[in-house]
Design a protein around this ligand. Structure first.
Ligand SMILES: [Zn+2]
Length: 112
């Protein structure tokens, strides 16, 4: 899975350079804090859109750093089949639902 660096402090995403990978360097080039890995498909909200950033922080804190989550539904034989990928929510009400619905697919946060 391709990743970017996300600094929640600066609310900025950075592409990961080859040097970063070699040095396992996740510091934020702007503020020097520890940034985190986030799935490449993550699209950061506008910097001033704090409501959406709250949702982002909530999802990440609950184990959803924008990895794919899969929706399964039973087919006519009652066997659960992959249907599609879940869409990441953009407001807190949907985010709470999302976390509950997909909690089995949450990623345990890596301790830094
Ligand atoms: Zn930063």
């Amino acid at each position: 899975m391709a990743h970017k660096k996300l600094c929640l402090n600066c609310k900025i995403c950075f592409n990961i350079s080859h040097d970063d990978v070699r040095n396992s360097d996740l510091t934020c080039p702007q503020c020097g804090n520890q940034a985190m890995l986030i799935a490449h498909r993550f699209r950061p909200p506008k910097k001033e859109d704090l409501r959406k950033w709250k949702v982002v922080e909530f999802l990440i804190a609950n184990g959803f750093p924008y990895q794919h989550v899969s929706i399964y539904e039973p087919d006519r034989h009652g066997i659960k089949r992959f249907v599609s990928y879940g869409k990441y929510p953009e407001n807190m009400i949907d985010a709470v639902d999302f976390v509950n619905r997909f909690k089995k697919q949450a990623i345990k946060p890596a301790k830094s």
